[in-house]
Design a protein around this ligand. Structure first.
Ligand SMILES: [Zn+2]
Length: 139
């Protein structure tokens, strides 16, 4: 369902053009502004990520086993943790709505903080910062 431009429920300051994501992992509608949303990656790791974790861990263990011995077997867990953290950071980066500032991850943890973020988003949108002066290095 596409958002109707004449829909009286949509705030006039909300930009009606949607941001398209190439190869989106999840399509949904923003619960606050009802605009079509997409995120590029899911929270969990994909089967391809597990293959990558296995390969990177194998290389690291092979390279460091002669020096570190049994401690080198910690590498798979470190690589796995770093993949999980990177995946969650990428997901968290994509979740906030570019139209209304609603962040579902904050809403799940702390509703007051989510409201504050939306209010800050609208404050920024109402009073755009003046353009920064960029001086040319040769002048
Ligand atoms: Zn929204």
């Amino acid at each position: 369902m596409k958002a109707n431009h004449k829909d009286p429920q949509i705030h006039p300051m909300i930009e009606l053009r949607t941001y398209k994501v190439k190869n989106s992992a999840l399509d949904f509608y923003c619960p606050l502004c009802r605009m079509e949303r997409q995120v590029s990656c899911r929270v969990g790791l994909s089967p391809l990520n597990y293959v990558q974790i296995t390969m990177v861990s194998f290389v690291l263990v092979t390279l460091t086993f002669s020096r570190m011995e049994a401690i080198a077997l910690v590498w798979p867990f470190l690589v796995w943790a770093s993949f999980e953290i990177a995946r969650r950071l990428l997901f968290k980066r994509d979740v906030p709505c570019p139209h209304c500032g609603f962040d579902a991850t904050w809403y799940k943890r702390d509703v007051k903080m989510a409201r504050k973020l939306v209010a800050e988003f609208w404050e920024k949108k109402k009073s755009p910062s003046p353009p920064t002066k960029i001086s040319h290095p040769n002048k």
